[in-house]
Design a protein around this ligand. Structure first.
Ligand code: NAD
Length: 529
């Protein structure tokens, strides 16, 4: 790869603002895209074009599925050990190339390097987990048969076939890859449509799969509008994995229902933090900054609502606001920036609209609350609001930006009830020095993941634990056993010997029924399942 590709677009004044065309071409040649049209992808740090992305037609989607189906038939015949080995090679490759990956993520999404670093790390954790646990999840399992000793039952895990993956722009590397790895492990192929704003990052991820030894045709990538290509993908998939907004998730669920295929949906959130009165306030303030402002709040599990016990409210806020005001917003690829930019004008408009609506209705802006065009076209300050009321948009609607509303509470049960308000149920945090108490509160919160004394990384990076949303935050789970089982059909195979299920030895139907009933009663007495 050319050095000029990796130079910092902001701090190195001699660096070109466009990526090397040869680099872009090397990535985009993985696309099935013959429409003859192309769209630019831009760098959010400065709004300059990075490269041109060829677009896919409906015919290209059909071709991508043809190739994926052919590749899947062969892949499904490989051994699980072989597939696991490829995942573990990918793990190592991600660490070898993490700097290059982080560079491209920063270029294309405008996030701070420390947030970009999380992405290859999360994919590596995912690759390691599934690379080590494939047999546990996918080996044929013996289960109890109806007649002990005479009915042998095995449950097989059969790959679904070709999985359609539609992914968003906010964590463009990990959300491109992390859901697909267990699909490959289970013997499936993938047809993938990443978000248009971050195609190059997704394509870099897919090229690494090939370097790690996965067959080239196993993972097909198409580029284009979700509205146009989405139905083409869903119409041909055997299962769909979607990450994005709740509105789009509902449309996709309907289209999957029409075909009676399964889907997993990882959607939006309005995630709460509870700071209980016995919390370590330094830890809580530090965690809250990461919870609210990682990737400038453009994170599905990001916190947008904070409930703080009355007794510690002022002391917590003093620490929290001081930390927010000390955050460094430094455009560019280098370490040392605490928060990057929003990705686009649309994101900036949405965040600005939420804050201005609240301001007009009397909110108190404790800190932030302004765009920062001096830093870059889409920068917005980390913003802390007090006095948010239900008539304000930011009360219940997801902002998906660096804006948090902070509320006092007097009674813990009331805080839990308020945290459970609204339609979302993705992620929550509880800060308390009493772990048992934190876990007891967690059980009352209707979110798919709850972190005690941590923002979101404790659950998100624990790949053995399922991750996903309750209520309008989603359907199904990524990670853990559920994360791979969603891509399989179970098949039960029972082999019967000696005894058959019908009268034997000259028994009448009536006599046979009596013998069977007596036998079943005996099995219950013997404690058999
Ligand atoms: P979005 O739903 O607009 O787009 C996500 C993807 O869906 C993109 O690839 C897009 O091209 C595609 N798409 C759009 N319309 C489509 C359609 N009709 N049919 C098929 N595909 C379509 O989401 P967004 O606004 O770009 O992303 C931000 C949202 O994603 C936020 O709500 C955020 O909370 C959510 N998100 C959730 C998770 C999670 O894991 N739960 C992770 C990241 C983002």
């Amino acid at each position: 790869m050319s050095d000029t590709v990796l130079r910092d677009p902001v701090s190195d004044p001699t660096a070109s603002y466009a990526l090397e065309p040869s680099y872009v071409q090397r990535l985009t040649e993985r696309l099935v895209a013959t429409s003859g049209q192309s769209v630019p992808t831009t760098c959010p740090f400065n709004g300059q074009p990075l490269g041109s992305i060829p677009q896919s037609s409906a015919g290209d989607v059909a071709e991508a599925f043809r190739r994926a189906r052919r590749a899947q038939e062969e892949w499904a015949r490989t051994s699980l050990d072989e597939r696991q080995a490829a995942l573990l090679r990918l793990h190592d490759l991600l660490f070898e190339r993490q700097s290059e990956i982080a560079d491209l993520i920063c270029w294309e999404s405008g996030k701070a390097r420390k947030d970009a670093y999380d992405e290859p790390l999360h994919v590596a954790l995912t690759a390691r987990y599934y690379g080590r646990t494939g047999h546990r999840h996918l080996d044929t399992k013996r289960v109890a048969g109806v007649v002990p000793g005479l009915t042998r039952v095995e449950v097989n895990r059969i790959p679904k076939g070709v999985v359609g993956i539609i992914s968003p722009w906010n964590y463009p590397f990990t959300l491109a890859l992390c859901d697909g790895l267990p699909a490959l492990l289970a013997g499936n192929a993938v047809v993938h449509k990443p978000d248009a704003q971050t195609m190059l990052t997704a394509l870099l991820g897919v090229s690494l799969l090939e370097e790690a030894g996965f067959p080239r045709d196993l993972w097909q990538v198409v580029a284009g509008s979700g509205r146009e290509l989405g139905p083409e993908i869903i119409g041909r998939s055997d299962y769909v994995c979607f990450t994005g907004s709740t509105a789009t998730g509902k449309t996709i669920a309907q289209q999957c229902a029409d075909r009676l295929i399964g889907c997993s949906l990882e959607l939006g959130g309005k995630n709460p933090i509870l700071v209980l009165r016995d919390a370590d306030l330094e830890k809580a303030a530090e965690g809250a900054v990461r919870a609210c402002f990682s990737n400038a709040g453009q994170l599905c599990v990001s916190t947008e609502r904070m409930f703080v016990a009355d007794q510690v409210y002022d002391r917590f806020m003093e620490r929290f606001v001081a930390r927010v005001e000390a955050m460094r917003l430094v455009p560019g690829l280098s370490w040392g920036s605490d928060m990057g930019t929003l990705i686009s004008q649309a994101q900036l408009d949405a965040v600005t609209a939420h804050v201005e609506d609240a301001r007009v209705k009397g909110v108190r802006v404790r800190t932030g609350g302004r765009a920062r065009p001096d830093l870059g076209p889409y920068y917005y300050e980390p913003t802390v609001l007090e006095g948010v009321t239900p008539d304000m948009q930011c009360f219940g609607d997801e902002t998906f930006g660096p804006v948090v509303s902070v509320y006092r509470f007097a009674d813990e049960a009331d805080a839990v009830a308020r945290a459970n308000e609204g339609e979302y149920g993705l992620n929550a945090s509880v800060y308390t020095q009493d772990g048992d108490r934190g876990r007891a509160v967690a059980k009352q919160i209707r979110c798919g993941t709850v972190n005690v004394n941590e923002a979101f990384a404790a659950t998100f990076a624990s790949i053995a634990a399922p991750m996903g949303g309750m209520r309008e935050s989603g359907l199904g789970r990524r990670q853990g056993a559920e994360g791979v089982h969603r891509y399989t059909e179970t098949q039960s195979v029972a082999t019967q010997r000696l005894l058959r299920f019908g009268p034997m030895l000259g028994l009448s139907d009536e006599r046979y029924a009596k013998v069977m009933s007596a036998q079943l009663k005996l099995l219950k007495k013997l404690g058999r399942a």
